[in-house]
Design a protein. Structure first.
Length: 403
């Protein structure tokens, strides 16, 4: 089997996902085009050698629809032979795009892939694409499907995480991100977003709140108590699946959950031979990847199981990983992963995560993988496991090794 190497990884800064956000006036196509251009220009890339452009997008409708990966490749003036495909595995779409690209390379069917993701949440709101899981009550009731916020609170209740536990984790996320920006840890991978005139409009993650503390978070009301308890409350639906619990404790709110933001990402993946032919230096090797389905009511525990699957495929154990990166969809998701695998919090999300920086759904997976490529180099570490929880009860994971 051919090895798949990572040659470069870029991302936009994350802009607040609302009309007042800095990226609201920039289309999804422009965000993604600028990342593809950066991959091309930073690497003096002959785009005729790119076999496919694979992009994750969770709401592939409106201006994000019509196979935005192919449209962005054309927009970025890639060679017309570079194909494009848009894929959706909900929150793990960006990482899944990388994994699909790696699979193409490892199978010998492709030599060079650009993979990543896009989500302009201020312009194409979450849920715009509908779907049975979100809009069909009979499906949701029959299979005890509940909103993700209820699932997050269910995890906290089942595994014993208090409001203070979740808030303390959120405060630490903010501190780590502020430190990472202050120390320039993101500088290598950030591509500032420009407007049509070429003026930079955003060069730094916009969602951050470095002054966050336990007192400010303590003033926030739980976000999901209404949908959980007001008839026909979703708490009752979830408790049908988990009758051992007396009630669900609602501990998550805007401050300890991932932020809604706009952003795009791109990763250059290929064979060692193609890289050498193009004068590219490999930065990391993809050791293994995996995906898994998990219980769909609690929904967000997939990372626990998919990490074990990816480790087994790589012939590794939990202790063999130097740095873990788990998307901070909700604080309890990370706390459960740490608990399940007995991982030292000091090596988890060392630069903060989606609680502090936001979660541009389709782009996040590739973003955090790129962050780990940079961080392994900066900290002189060897291996990282990147994973995300996924709507509908799934998980995706990738293990990379620094070259």
């Amino acid at each position: 089997m051919t090895d798949a190497y990572i040659f470069d990884a870029v991302r936009t800064p994350r802009g607040k996902g609302k009309k007042s956000g800095s990226l609201h006036e920039i289309t999804a196509l422009s965000l993604l085009t600028q990342q593809l251009e950066a991959i091309r220009d930073r690497n003096d890339l002959d785009t005729s050698k790119v076999d496919d452009v694979i992009m994750g997008c969770v709401s592939p409708v409106g201006e994000q629809g019509a196979d935005i990966a192919r449209v962005a490749a054309i927009s970025a003036d890639y060679a017309e032979t570079a194909a494009g495909v848009t894929i959706n595995r909900f929150c793990a779409s960006g990482l899944e795009a990388v994994n699909m690209g790696a699979a193409k390379v490892m199978s010998g069917m492709s030599d060079m892939i650009v993979a990543g993701g896009i989500e302009s949440m201020s312009r194409v709101p979450m849920g715009s694409d509908g779907g049975a899981m979100a809009v069909d009550p009979s499906f949701a009731y029959e299979h005890q499907l509940v909103p993700q916020g209820i699932s997050a609170d269910l995890i906290a209740t089942k595994y014993g995480f208090s409001r203070d536990d979740c808030d303390a984790y959120a405060v630490e996320s903010q501190k780590r991100t502020a430190k990472a920006w202050d120390e320039g840890r993101f500088d290598k991978g950030i591509v500032p977003v420009k407007d049509q005139l070429g003026v930079t409009i955003l060069s730094k993650d916009e969602h951050m709140r470095p002054s966050t503390d336990m007192q400010s978070l303590g003033a926030l009301n739980p976000s999901f108590i209404g949908m959980g308890t007001v008839m026909p409350g979703f708490d009752g639906v979830a408790l049908q699946k988990y009758p051992e619990l007396e009630k669900i404790n609602h501990v998550h709110h805007a401050g300890n959950s991932s932020g809604i933001v706009d952003g795009a990402s791109a990763v250059l993946i290929g064979t060692k031979e193609m890289g050498e032919a193009l004068g590219l230096k490999a930065r990391a090797r993809i050791k293994s990847f995996a995906e898994i389905g998990s219980e769909p009511t609690i929904m967000l525990t997939g990372p626990e199981f998919v990490a074990a699957k990816a480790l087994k495929k790589a012939g590794m154990e939990v202790g063999d990983i130097d740095l873990y990166e788990l998307n901070e969809a909700f604080a309890a998701v990370v706390l459960r992963f740490l608990q399940a695998h007995d991982i030292d919090p000091a090596i988890m999300n060392v630069n903060g995560g989606a609680i502090s920086m936001g979660h541009p759904l389709g782009a996040t997976g590739a973003m955090i993988l790129g962050t780990m490529v940079d961080e392994l180099e900066r900290s002189d570490k060897e291996t990282s496991l990147i994973t995300l929880c996924v709507g509908g009860g799934m998980g995706a994971a990738t293990i990379i090794e620094r070259v």
